[in-house]
Design a protein around this ligand. Structure first.
Ligand code: AMP
Ligand code: GLY
Length: 409
């Protein structure tokens, strides 16, 4: 197949590399310097939907796989499907599951999907009552796309009040009960009805070791996470299937990768968020762990054309992805720093994916918060972790920020 992958991050580089290995011809729109080494790229003048649509169309693809949420929320998948192009990625209407926290909570309530008690607040005068009703310990979430940075998990009611007031300036907020437990990311490919489950992964969202520091887009991930089969099947039946079913009956069928961000609480899994796409950096670990004999490109085409078969894809090895982030990430990532040591990292037994890089005067430099993804596999998680950490240590980037405990907890 000729596959176009839309996006320019590490997730897209992982998808491109996988599709190339499966024998497909791949073009990154717009791609990045790493993608350009593995496949074709078609640079775009902007990220606007008409520009992206035209760039995809020009490639005459058999399939378009859309990576990031912004073009999905803007209706890129709708535009492509209207032009008869098989597209793996939900419509703008179905993407609301990610682009509006309030919509996602309403779907969860309507479809009886386990999630934290909540209220949507649009007026400062309601803040105190809602926080008190939820017991004082809450998470406050801005109702839009904030790249993982619109959520404040609060220790005290005072902190929650301040966070709610601040986030309310940008629009309504969801205030929800604070949950605790380990987190899990479960992603399914879906054609709007049937589900093909990918092996479960775990992301590490805090900037620093020991889960300290601010929330980020994700500092690393491992796959698979050891959870029993019954729990995973339960997540499929009580979370993913009802969400897909609800959207189908609401005439906004979800075609693409549906991501459930879960907390495994003492009383069972609860949904923290839905994403309307592959997780980043989970996908980098998941794709490395799925057996090379699995045709991911073919599965994405089947999902895009309503022909997916129910499946549970298994991990055939453990994988660990360590993110190399720039100085100043996540508040103010510094750009333009020189990047070296990629060959040394590869020699240490890892793959290197480009996430936020560009070429400047013939030299590879940083161009975003998350700069590179170092991915390693092993027979055991310990082996994968050790390789990924050793390889990430070989990357040279002034002021780089790297966690050393990905997958340790
Ligand atoms: P979200 O974007 O909604 O997944 O939130 C980002 C991160 O905030 C999650 O990965 C959790 O670590 C944390 N979080 C979100 N909601 C809650 C909650 N209700 N209780 C505790 N932590 C939460
Ligand atoms: N890793 C979390 C996300 O993709 O939103």
């Amino acid at each position: 197949m000729r596959i176009v992958v839309v996006g320019s991050g590490g997730r897209e580089h992982a998808l491109v590399r996988r599709f190339v290995r499966e024998g497909h011809t791949v073009v990154g729109v717009p791609g990045n310097p790493g993608i350009a080494q593995d496949a074709g790229v078609a640079p775009c003048a902007s990220n606007e939907i008409p520009v992206l649509t035209a760039a995809c169309h020009r490639e005459r693809p058999d399939l378009v796989v859309v990576g990031p949420e912004a073009p999905l929320a803007g209706g890129l998948a709708d535009e492509l499907r209207a032009r008869g192009i098989a597209t793996f990625g939900p419509s703008a209407a179905a993407t609301r599951l990610e682009s509006s926290k309030a919509f996602a909570k309403a779907v969860m309530r309507a479809a009886h999907i386990p999630t934290a008690a909540f209220e949507v607040v649009g007026d400062e005068a309601e803040i105190d009552r809602v926080i008190a009703m939820l017991g004082g310990s809450v998470a406050v979430k801005a109702d839009g796309l904030w790249a993982g940075k619109g959520v404040v998990v609060c220790e005290t009611a005072g902190e929650a009040r301040a966070a709610a007031r601040r986030l309310l300036e940008r629009g309504r907020v969801v205030i929800e009960e604070r949950l605790s437990g380990p987190e899990l990311s479960v992603i399914a490919l879906t054609d709007g009805e049937r589900l093909a489950l990918l092996p479960p992964a775990r992301d590490h969202k805090r900037l620093g070791d020991g889960d300290r520091g601010p929330n980020t887009g994700g500092m690393g991930a491992v796959c698979p996470v050891a959870i029993d089969e019954a729990t995973l099947a339960g997540i499929r039946e009580t979370v993913l299937r009802p969400a897909v079913g609800w959207l189908a009956q609401a005439e906004a069928p979800f075609v693409g990768a549906l991501y459930a961000g879960l907390m495994l609480t003492e009383t069972g899994p609860e949904v923290l968020e839905f994403n309307a796409r592959f997780g980043d950096p989970e996908t980098q670990a998941i794709l490395a762990s799925i057996d090379p004999s699995v045709g991911l490109g073919a599965l994405c085409l089947e999902a895009s054309t309503g022909r997916l078969a129910e499946a549970v894809l298994l991990a055939s090895r453990a994988a660990c992805c360590v993110v190399v982030a720039s100085a100043g990430y996540p508040e103010a990532p510094r750009k333009g720093d020189p990047i070296d040591g990629l060959d040394e990292a590869r020699a240490a037994g890892a793959e290197v994916l480009h996430a936020g890089t560009r070429i400047e005067d013939g030299r590879l430099v940083s161009a975003g918060g998350r700069v590179l993804n170092v991915v390693a596999t092993g027979e055991s998680l310990e082996e994968a972790r050790a390789r990924a950490n050793a390889a990430a240590a070989r990357i040279r980037l002034p002021g780089k920020q790297v966690r050393t405990d990905i997958g340790a907890s």
